[in-house]
Design a protein around this ligand. Sequence first.
Ligand code: BEZ
Length: 201
Amino acid sequence: MRLWHNPASPFARKVRIVAREAELLPRIEEIAVMVSPVNPNTDLAARNPLVKIPALQTDDGKVLYDSSVICEYLDSLHNGVHVIPSDATRWDALRVQSLCDGILDAAVLCRYETAVRPEPYRWNDWVKGQFTKIRNGLDALASEAPAWGERFGIGQIGAACVLGYLDFRFADENWRAPRTPLAKWYEVTRGRPSFVSTMPT
Ligand code: BEZ
């Protein structure tokens, strides 16, 4: 399999963590690409009409996107502990994954708005609105974290990617102070080998 990704992308990181947790890494060639909304990567464009990462080419030549579909596909390829449960806890796991994806959508849009968009076109109130979504989403995660225990399923993988991305791109956002249970959970989780080996630099 071939996985197009960018080391800074939190959505790609989610997939790369699942690949490691499922011990599928030896079967995957990870291809790092630069992504730009104004200068699309032609190699990726030939495979994904949305020109988005992550994109996974399966062994039979299909190309899968987006991150949640790729995670589900990878999870179907192994017989270990599944990151997406099939019992009654499935819907909570998928809901938390969606919550994390939504926080990441807002955070990545803010990153583009503040680092990529030319200054005269930036819209501060819009950024503020995205940050409200990020903070409300973090509050919701903080209220769930005490029940997670040692589970590292798709919801927790998403949460780790959210917190890692905020530390990476928005280090001034002091998300820990008002959310001690989430900060405590992250302190333990960030040492996990699949998380350490996918750390953006
Ligand atoms: C980033 O540099 O923050 C980034 C790169 C690719 C996708 C999303 C975010």
